[in-house]
Design a protein around this ligand. Structure first.
Ligand SMILES: [Zn+2]
Length: 202
């Protein structure tokens, strides 16, 4: 998902340590609500979704497997992109203030939501890194790892974001390694292991 909120203007989330007990409560009570919202949101926009492989994005196929580009879909919206109703769910502290809802893309699983007028190949590249992370971990571990990263590091320094920003710069410069997917997998595994260890999840 985005909880993948990309390009969230000026959003800084509170950095506070959470005990494993706090996380147990979040996992037990809040995560199913976020997952249900994601499933409903993706289903609701199904008719608007286009496979990324069908879009005019010629450089992506150099770096991403064709299967991934066929499976991943894009939804372009003119209205505000859908965000989980964190206030309603009871996670007010994760929610950006109302004035700060300017963003360009958000990814839920294999569906990328983009705001028309902000679409670029670099933005797609960034979101596809999240798609790979999501597929690698599965939705629940991905969300836990992403939320943990936000709490500990904020948005841009969230490890799942940091590598996406780092790789998108290399993409922009035409300086990407051939084994891109493998690099993302190894990095994602490492982040998950750290998160799981820190919060006693396994
Ligand atoms: Zn991102």
């Amino acid at each position: 998902m985005n909880v993948i909120l990309d390009k969230v203007s000026c959003t800084r989330l509170p950095r506070k340590p959470m005990s494993s007990g706090d996380w147990t409560k979040i996992l037990a009570r809040k995560l199913p609500l976020i997952l249900s919202w994601i499933d409903a949101t993706v289903a609701e926009h199904h008719s608007l979704a286009t496979p990324v492989a069908d879009l005019d994005l010629p450089h992506l196929s150099r770096y991403f497997p064709s299967k991934l580009l066929r499976q991943t879909t894009a939804v372009h919206l003119t209205e505000q992109l859908p965000l989980p109703p964190l206030n309603e769910i009871g996670l007010d502290e994760f929610s950006p203030s109302k004035e700060q809802h300017t963003y360009e893309a958000t990814t839920y699983g294999e569906t990328i939501f983009l705001q028309e007028g902000h679409v670029s190949e670099v933005l797609y590249f960034h979101e596809l890194v999240h798609v790979i992370q999501w597929k690698r971990l599965g939705k629940e571990p991905f969300l836990v790892t992403y939320i943990a990263g936000l709490l500990e590091h904020g948005y841009e320094d969230n490890p799942l974001e940091e590598i996406a920003f780092s790789l998108q710069e290399k993409f922009r410069q035409g300086d990407l390694p051939a084994d891109l997917t493998e690099i993302i997998h190894k990095h994602t595994d490492s982040i998950w292991q750290n998160t799981a260890q820190s919060y006693h999840l396994v």
